[in-house]
Ligand binder design. Sequence first.
Ligand code: ADP
Length: 580
Amino acid sequence: MSHSKAKDLHAEPGKLVDHSENLLVHFRRIEELKNLALGYPAIELNSRQLCDLELLLNRAFYPLTGYLNRQDYESVLDTMRLSDGTVWPIPICLDVNEKTAGTLEVDQPIALRDEEGFLLAILSIEEIWKPDKKMEARCVFGADDHRVHPGVRYLYEEVGNWYIGGSLEGVQLPVHYDFRKLRLTPADTHRAFLENGWRNVIGFQTEKHLHCAHREMIFSAAREARASIFLQPVVGLTHAGDLNYYTQVRCYQQILAKFPKNMITLGILPMAMRKAGPREAVWQAIIRKNYGCSHFMVSDDHGDPFVNNGSENSFYPLHAAQEMMGKYETEIGIKMVPLKKMVYVEDRAQYLLESKVGQGMQVKRISSSELKRRLENGLDIPEWFSYPEVVAELRHVYPPRRKQGFTIFFTGLPSAGKSTLAKVLLVKFMELRDRPVTLLDGDIVRKNLSSELSFTKEHRNLNVQRIGFVASEITKNGGVAICAPIAPYEESRRYNRELIGRYGGYIEVYLSTPMEVCEQRDRKGIYAKARTGKMSGVTGIDDPYVPPSNPEIVLNTSELTPDEAAQEVLLYLEQQGYIA
Ligand code: ADP
């Protein structure tokens, strides 16, 4: 049984001629494919690959009928076009590691599965090759240094070193259990637009939360283009620091209610953005064209890797995305609507285009970091800025610090005072009685969570990450986690900071108690054992301790009593608003 559907479909190499509504097979073929697939090698897709596959199968990536072969891939890098000349700016190939690539052959059918093993599609391999990632980075991102662009870093560090091109027979779209009504496919939206009699539809891509200014911007753009609106936020991959995605979608639903009825539709897009700036904008526009939009809103910093993470500077020059879109809009068949920023003018109690603000007018703004600060401190968020319904959703996911969970993470040499301080704080928090508290002491964790681990660098890091995982769950649910491992390495501490910081407070306390003092205390006698050769791998003696580079608190317990040291931590928590 051959799956090389592409061979029949491609009139000539690279010519893509499948115009069907989706790439899913008829249901009667599914059973057959499921049985056949049992004998095929399987590839388990990661979350980014799942996003790409979903958009291939539902034809948001029209005209692609599968993963690009090498000729198309190179043509996309070189010319932003498939080899038949169709504009396509982003390479879509299935990446695998060297080991997997070594087991695969051209013309072989492969089962593509999700992490639970659901069969999603059969891929017929047409080509397997090792791409030049530096070249890809330069062409797609305009940079080949992994330190300057997160997309380049992802390409080098996360993407497999071998690419597969080939055609797809879809069995089912990736499974989602949430917001099913909002997961509209291109065929769904196109049909809905027709049924509503919408001839002009502006696609609006976003990943931010939207407030009054956005509503004004979208509304005025729609009026100008005499168009309806397709609000299509991206909920493909959730990144660290991203607004909790359920809240994000609920905020969009609230915004929807602020528009006149029958003017706007909401759909969510399972897209793995590349943040490739100008190329990203063209890619997103093609996707919107495929969803049936006639217009696409492009901002001056569209697709930039840094604009949504609170950074002041963008990676790509301002307007680069709009300029690139301008070149391709006619050919793609979608009109660019440049996003015009609006600001609140107090004297007029209304939003005006930034360009229309006259001299002497009082303009008001709240930056995203200021919004975050207000949420964290439970401060007022004015109604000119956002809708009460949206603010209520945000307050739900960003409770003030007073109500957030947090983790206190002690690190330091053996006998630096970690367990002692952790126990003092435990009773203080018990006394306060305002949050549930858990103590994750080094020795207790070693016994209950990590008894099989040794004291190599790898195992020490793993032990610290396990503590971090438990602490993150406690923090997420509004509790206090007090951790007291040695945690001698920066990488696992950084991992924990990043993980726990998503859910609440993370306070790293470095006990800088000098080595001589620790050795003198020698609470568990391990320094003595190390000195007499009865024990090896003791931190501080024959195993390294790397001090933290940016701890919230540094305490030298040789100069403080345990009570005083605990007081310092409590003081910090109070200053930061975590406790009253
Ligand atoms: P660790 O958990 O870092 O290995 P421990 O808390 O078990 O260290 O041991 C620290 C020892 O130092 C205890 O005997 C404790 O009484 C003593 N100590 C003296 N001053 C302090 C202080 N300010 N904070 C914590 N411990 C202190």
